[in-house]
Write a protein that binds this ligand. Sequence first.
Ligand SMILES: [Zn+2]
Ligand SMILES: [Zn+2]
Length: 390
Amino acid sequence: MDTVSSFRAELEELAAWRRELHRHPEPGFGEHRTAAFVADKLRAFGVDEVHTGIAITGVVGVLRGRAEGPAIALRADMDALPISEETNLPWSSRVPGWMHACGHDGHTVMLLAAARRLARSRDFAGTVCFVFQPAEEMLGGGRRMVEEGLFERLPVREVYGLHNWPWLPLGTFAVHDGPVMAAADRLDVTLTGRGCHAAMPHLGRDPVTGAAQIVSALQLLVSRETDPVDAAVISITAIAAGEAYNVVPERAALKGTVRTLREETRERLLARIPGVVRGIAAALGLEAEVEITRGYPATVNTKDEADEAARAAAAVVGGEAVRRDLPPSMGAEDFAFMLRERPGAYVWLGTGGAEKGRILHSPHYDFEDEAIPYGAAYWVELVRRRLPAE
Ligand SMILES: [Zn+2]
Ligand SMILES: [Zn+2]
């Protein structure tokens, strides 16, 4: 049976679930309504165990197949973003200032659809853990699940994740070997000088010109110290200093991110930044405080599991529709913490939509319901391949 068309037959119901979640977006670690929706569905499907409250709002369903075997985890994320929706769709967000702008509503529904199908058939040997994680956006819900002993409670052999990708056509997949998404670390710099009259700069120490020098110099760490074929990006995204036309302010504050694909490059850049900032500050008579906050590591697929994921995707959409040659994205993904603990693969599911301006984190975005059958069928196919019932 073609699983895509069998899920298409359920699409009206599945799209209604997705739109229900879309109307009620919740912030990271605040996904109480969503978690209850997920747990209720898993119980109704007859999943063997439903664990709630992991990392505050995380939910895990455990389903045993008809024969003994190893365990694998499939992961979806549930949180929304602090964006005011501008789609004007009938199922538009009812929560002011919050929106499912990354498609985690779609991810949740695709995994639920697969859970229901597998709970009915149980045609696999082993155990499937359906992991619904909170707080993927910035807050590290996946890290917290790992820290709370997710993999001690559920001794899984492999982990798999999926994200919708509006820049790829509907009905396609992309599977990377190695890095898929970058590490993203945060940088905060405070420069303290000496405030003075704008007409008499020689009487003070100007943190604004210092900030400008530092913004430029940090770019040299990428362009002059990093191998040009090894991707890295430093973006200073906020500068706050002063408010008057005629005053050199006392302080300037900078914020930004450092993104890398290789752990070695990450460590080298993070180690170099404080020296560059302090060196320039010292040269200009400024004091500098540098704070680096480690965010998500790079999301790196393991070879064998990436190959398996690609085969499962090919079984669903055909080999031609599975891209193996796309470069990684410099965005970051919390699933990285799970992939650090276990081998596995994180794939992109093409949904289309970018041509209509429906891109991730845009107020005009909406998850493409037509993609649900592909994602759900992929999960089912992956389970049957990784846990064959003979
Ligand atoms: Zn996102
Ligand atoms: Zn996302």
